[in-house]
Design a protein around this ligand. Sequence first.
Ligand code: ATP
Ligand code: MG
Length: 507
Amino acid sequence: MLSVSGLTKTFPGVRALSGVDFTARAGEVHALIGENGAGKSTLIKVLTGVHRPDEGEVTYDGSPVRFATPLQAQHAGISTIYQEVNLVPLMSVARNLFLGREPRGPLGLIDFRRMHREADAALRELGVRVDVRRPLRELGVGVQQMVALARAVSVDARVVIMDEPTSSLEPREVRTLFRVIRMLRERGIAVIYVSHRLDELYEICDAVTVLRDGRVVHTGRMAELERLRLVALMLGREIGEVQGEGLTKFSGGHDAEAEPVLRAEELTVRHELHGVSLSVRPGEVVGLGGLLGSGRSETAKAIAGALPTDSGRVLVAGVPVRPGSTPAAIRAGISLLPEDRKAEGIVPGLSVRENIALAALPGLSRFGLVDEGRIDRIVDTFMKRLRIKAAGPHQKVGELSGGNQQKVLLARWLAMQPKVLLLDEPTRGIDVGAKAEVQKLIDELADDGLGVLLISSDTEELIEGSDRVVVLKDGVVVEELTGDAVTEDRLMRAIATAPAGTGDPDD
Ligand SMILES: Nc1ncnc2c1ncn2[C@@H]1O[C@H](COP(=O)(O)OP(=O)(O)OP(=O)(O)O)[C@@H](O)[C@H]1O
Ligand SMILES: [Mg+2]
């Protein structure tokens, strides 16, 4: 259905793709796998007319094509969910779903009632219930991904490309997505699927292509490629080496007697949180569990002063923090790695070095003088430890691959040496090699006495990474799992349980 041969694409200083051959067949789900920076998104962008190739041919439905713009590709029947959600945050959910093909009345005006009705139906079919008139930016990244998905499958496509569609989805939404993908496959649509979650790839994909440093290192049937071999191919290492490392392993077991470094008391935010209390001791990793919209990100934001609270208070090492002020929270030692990195974190026009040093700068200067040498050392350390793939510390962050941008942001908050670190989806979009590294780093920081609050839609990461898990539902703490009770089974059950006496959430 869609294939390329001999594709080469260079950016200044980087050869993102070299001599790539790739074929997506009708009625088949094709996995595209590789480390952060391997060239996956670039391949997709060349296929869909975002980038022009330097060399090589694209063939679609038997004929050579060269799309000049993504819109052209879309009109030809190639529907793409890009890694960077490319929706319009200020517009309503419904507008985003129908952008460029809004239902219109006889006078050519947009028929809003019909658009709202159809948008609502399309999302309900995916199990998402939201007010489709709300601006998209008010909704979490997970819901935004579902909107992008609804948009992609509601057009009559023959090829559907998904670049990390599940990175912010909960297990339940992932099930829905897979149901949709199976339906597409049965309709004879070619699906290209990019993800770093290996379990998912084995579950849903028929074929696989592995990229490393812009080259295809393997292509074949997914079921015939052993997991260890896949990781080894991806990382360019021997199977034996990979086997020795393990993937998600934290050590856990911290001092249960110590005074909490973070205490949140009765945090209340209208419509979002209803009296959330929790505490984190030094050296402890506390997980926050719950479904999309349960209030996990809101809790983290309220603690970090990024979301104004109606009542409740936050204490760091017993000292109350001025509410509703991010600078006050930072001064008190609270760092938040936000969920929506694009809107709330990364500065694409600045260099890797500047992005990492940005927030830590006040701590790195003495008498108003910035210690450049120390910044260099810190930047160098984090670039190495997190394996940030960039031409160098001076490359603009906007030019890095999606996963590498995430690593830069993570480095920024770690470089601040906080007392409390709030991590909202820290390993989302990060490849397996670097993920293990990030987890190791979090663990080491905890060993040094840092208190960590961890939000992750990756259940395995949440279970294995946390000493305790606090479960939220509709903005209420419904359960706290400790010790041996921190299991996937218990977590799933707690998430499914209705909170007691919370009244109507829609009031
Ligand atoms: N606009 C650009 N300018 C300069 N370099 C770029 C640009 N886009 C991508 N690159 C480089 O091309 C390489 C491949 O990036 P790409 O985004 O395709 O990786 P990826 O496999 O999608 O990684 P990830 O898993 O992190 O999303 C990287 O080295 C990246 O820095
Ligand atoms: Mg990418």
